[in-house]
Ligand binder design. Structure first.
Ligand code: ATP
Length: 500
């Protein structure tokens, strides 16, 4: 069996090998190497992962008790923690640890002129087709891609031509009829709503389709109030909304999603260097959180594929079970956005560069990451089935401990004789440091199994010896190895193992 160990395990292994040897555990690294692990990468894996996320409280179908609302999802207690860890690690690396990036939290609803200036009102469209028979709606480019056409480089006109040439043979996946599609037409992806309570005074506004524009319209506020000098970046985390015609592949493409965006402002002429910097920085960050190198690639866009504002774009793609898909878009947006806002708002957004004594509209490099897609990538990357088909089969989310929603499971062996009280004492101590979970139900084996599926790196069992000598069994997720450890040393050891 092929060993498909994710980077997170390797990272974890090195940390454990050092730290546990230090604490008298012996050569853990060799032990880990002996255990065969498997990460199936076929399309069925996605079904298994979706089932696990529902079963274990990561992701629930949206509005489920009302029969569900298509393509909406709610994140349960463990999904929330996993996403919070990812968001915080991103913020730490992209804002806190850099001296050239500051943060922002702009509104979801912006003045409608923002979207006229940015070009979203005019060109944020997808080609749409309907089945005349069953009224189902599809994206024309997706339907063509299923027949082997590479639509990425096609203009709208050539896409319509390609569609017409195949129209008679194209089959609706819902009703099965052939040749029943309408011609493709453009469909704006922005959700609109109205502000104002007095009839007639209301204003049509949009839910933002990207967080970036909130940064551009605050460019002057930031340069006026903060001690920033070009080159510098502004980072923002928040929800964006796109009325995707065909939202699909679980949380990969949804109508409501969260973005982690950075607009990096630089002097004209330096954008190529910064583009390369951010491509490398983002890729290294994905490695650092434990995603496997073989599941990541950087794909350069061809000129025809780029958005209207971009002079250079690359996507970091992840190999999902359904194929390669965009995880992170890195675009060299030139001075397009700020220039547009100068034109439409009539405000001066020029920057005075005191070093060169010149004024200019800065150029922008934008790395834009989707948190929901990143969460899906982490789940796919860490999903392991061990000893598949045997009675000892176990499913493990072998993720980097820094990402794990629960860091330590704490179990009293029995519900009596003072064991729960001692376990709760440990819970109180450790919960001050990181998320822990107390569990008293079912056999110890079942409790371990549950924590393996949550990706919990350590479990502690409190037994009768613990009452006598204040030691507990610490069990490691990745090797299932168990060792005795003193209760008083747990905070120091575990904190080091999880965060170093
Ligand atoms: P795609 O080509 O997949 O529609 P995009 O190129 O339109 O994506 P960007 O506008 O570059 O995406 O957005 C930046 C990031 O936001 C993407 O790389 C992705 O991670 C995330 N994202 C975009 N649209 C969605 C969506 N509908 N659902 C979930 N995440 C999304």
């Amino acid at each position: 069996m092929k060993s498909l160990r994710p980077e997170s395990i390797n990272h974890f292994k090195i940390t454990l090998a050092w730290a546990l040897t230090f604490n008298g555990y012996g050569p853990v690294a060799e032990e880990i190497e002996k255990k065969p692990k498997k990460t199936p990468r076929d399309a069925d894996t996605l079904k298994d992962i979706v089932a696990l996320t529902k079963r274990r409280g990561f992701v629930f179908p949206g509005s489920e008790i009302y029969g569900g609302l298509s393509n909406t999802f709610d994140y349960g207690p463990y999904g929330v923690e996993l996403m919070r860890n990812l968001r915080n690690l991103w913020w730490k690396s992209f804002v806190l640890e850099r001296d050239d990036v500051v943060g922002l939290d702009s509104s979801i609803i912006l003045h409608p002129k923002v979207w006229e200036a940015s070009g979203h009102v005019g060109s944020f469209n997808d080609p749409l087709i309907d089945c005349k028979n069953c009224k189902s709606r599809f994206r024309a480019d997706h339907i063509l891609e299923e027949t082997g056409v590479d639509t990425k480089k096609l203009t709208l006109e050539s896409l319509v031509e390609a569609f017409r040439a195949r129209q008679e043979t194209l089959q609706c996946s819902v009703c099965g009829n052939k040749g029943t599609f309408t011609e493709p037409r453009q469909f704006n992806l922005m959700f609109s709503t109205k502000t104002g309570s007095v009839s007639g005074s209301d204003l049509e506004v949009y839910l933002r389709p990207e967080t970036a524009q909130g940064i551009f319209i605050n460019f002057k506020n930031i340069t006026d109030t903060c001690r920033v000098k070009i080159p510098f970046g502004v980072a923002q985390v928040g929800k964006s909304f796109r009325n995707e015609i065909v939202a699909r592949q679980f949380v990969f493409r949804t109508r409501e999603f969260e973005q982690l965006e950075l607009e990096f402002f630089c002097a004209p002429g330096s954008q190529k260097e910064w583009f390369e910097h951010w491509c490398a920085f983002c890729m290294n960050w994905l490695y650092s959180i434990g995603l496997k190198k073989e599941n990541l690639r950087l794909r350069q866009h061809d000129p025809e594929e780029r958005s209207h504002y971009s002079e250079n774009t690359a996507d970091i793609e992840y190999k999902f079970p359904f194929g390669w898909g965009e995880l992170w878009g890195i675009a060299s947006r030139t001075d397009y956005d700020l220039t547009q806002h100068v034109k439409v708002s009539k405000k001066n957004l020029e920057y005075f560069d005191s070093e060169t004594n010149t004024k200019y509209i800065p150029y922008v490099v934008e790395p834009s990451l989707g948190l929901n897609r990143l969460t899906l990538a982490v789940l796919c990357d860490s999903y392991l089935v061990e000893k598949e088909g045997t009675p000892e089969q176990r499913i493990v989310l072998g993720m980097n401990p820094k990402l794990s929603p629960v860091k330590v499971g704490i179990f009293p062996l029995q519900k009596k004789d003072g064991l729960p009280e001692l376990a709760m004492e440990i819970h109180r101590k450790l919960s001050k440091l990181f998320p822990v979970e107390y569990d008293v139900s079912g056999s110890i084996g079942k409790r371990y199994y549950r924590q393996d599926e949550l990706g919990t790196p350590f479990c502690i069992t409190v037994d009768y010896d613990s009452l006598k000598d204040r030691t507990v069994t610490v069990r490691l997720r990745d090797t299932t190895e168990q060792k005795r450890e003193k209760i008083d040393s747990l905070p120091e050891i575990l904190n080091r193992l999880i965060f170093s």
